[in-house]
Design a protein around this ligand. Structure first.
Ligand code: 13P
Length: 249
């Protein structure tokens, strides 16, 4: 079923005490909502965060994982490790992983397969760079990112995938895609899914927008018919702002 989701990607922010303080604040701000609410602390604090969110409806999710089951991959984290501490959802394909850690579509396809094989849910990120948009290539870029990493999957696998369109030029820049730009791209993504997998898969897919979402612009972005929520960076680091965004639905 198509769900409304707001997920906070904390990136490389918040040490252990800051993580606990922010979760305490989030629990105090939490109100009843139809949206699923998730936060992605840094890997070392996931276990503690899973304990700290108890008693709330906030889900703790991971920012990344490796595709191998286990073995000689110094510094990496497997799906089983995440699951063993109660993390069942993972963000994959964030543009910062693609840019700074050379994650390719091919590698991401393997990560998606590994997560799904372990019964995890994937928030799969993609989005064009500024040069792509200036050249009018944004749809071509997005289509290839989605197809290369996901279109080897069976239709049923999409039940455990959430898509997150994050135009790189809007991440951390204060420059948001206009609600119309977000809607146009989300409609294109849904059509791309429908063309290969049919309307049922497409209509049930949650497609989140990410890139400088804040309390002031969330309501207008979320009001668009093909925008099912947001992946929030900077504004997710303050409980009040994050829940103002959640409550924008
Ligand atoms: P900002 O909300 O800080 O632009 O970051 C968006 C993002 O990258 C979420 O994954």
């Amino acid at each position: 079923m198509r769900k409304q989701i707001v997920a906070g990607n904390w990136k490389m922010n918040n040490d252990l005490s800051q993580t606990e303080a922010l979760i305490t604040d989030l629990k105090a701000q939490e109100k009843t909502t139809n949206a699923e609410v998730m936060v992605a602390p840094t890997a070392v604090n996931l276990s503690q965060a899973c304990n700290s969110v108890k008693g709330s409806n906030i889900e703790v999710i991971a920012q990344n994982m490796h595709f191998a089951e286990n073995g000689a991959y110094t510094g990496e984290i497997s799906a089983d490790m995440l699951k063993s501490i109660g993390v069942n959802t993972v963000i994959l394909g964030h543009s910062e992983r693609r840019e700074y850690f050379n994650e390719t579509d091919e590698m991401l396809a393997k990560k998606v397969d590994a997560a799904l094989a372990k019964g995890m849910r994937v928030i799969f990120c993609f989005g064009e760079e500024l040069a792509d948009r200036k050249a009018g290539n944004e749809e071509t870029v997005v289509e290839s990112q989605i197809k290369n990493a996901l279109f080897h999957l069976e239709a049923a696998a999409f039940q455990n995938i959430v898509l997150a369109y994050e135009p790189v030029w809007a991440i951390g820049t204060g420059e948001t895609a206009s609600p119309e730009q977000a809607q146009d791209m989300h409609a294109f993504i849904r059509k791309t899914l429908a063309d290969t997998y049919g309307t049922e898969v497409a209509d049930n897919m949650s497609i989140l927008y990410g890139g400088s979402v804040k309390p002031a612009n969330a309501e207008e972005i979320f009001s668009k018919p093909d925008v099912d929520g947001g992946l929030i960076g900077g504004a997710s680091l303050k409980a009040e702002d994050f829940f103002a965004i959640v409550n924008a639905f």
